[in-house]
Design a binder for this molecule. Sequence first.
Ligand SMILES: [Zn+2]
Length: 147
Amino acid sequence: MPLFAITKPSNHKSAPLPFAFRLDLLPLKTKKRSKSDSGEEQSDRENTIICAYCSHAITSPESRTAIAGTHEHAFFNPAGVIYEIACFRAAPGVYTEGFATGEFTWFSGYLWQIALCKVCRAHLGWFYTGKEDYFYGLIRNRLIEKQ
Ligand SMILES: [Zn+2]
């Protein structure tokens, strides 16, 4: 059973779409399995979670993690906009911008930085650093799970 279903963005009219081009999907892992260890034909490609705007590979289902007890969280920002986010241990497809700050942090004890798609620079979530660990909180409807 999937931990959550990622839906296409419903608010993409207001979201940034800086570039119209589309890159071929870069797999996060290139590990290949032999035919013998799986009956599935598509097993040479890992499931990937991609940017909803440009299809760049962002993270993978294997990187899901639970923070404060759950994988998914929903928060309002100071402007009253609700964000549904999912937590990941790694997200090689994003980069962070700005200094880490604890202002308005949604996770007590963690500082955050904005996390942007490396290809189209869409805002995909936040990178949180705590005293002993870190994680990415990524906005669910800005990602698509590709299988
Ligand atoms: Zn993108």
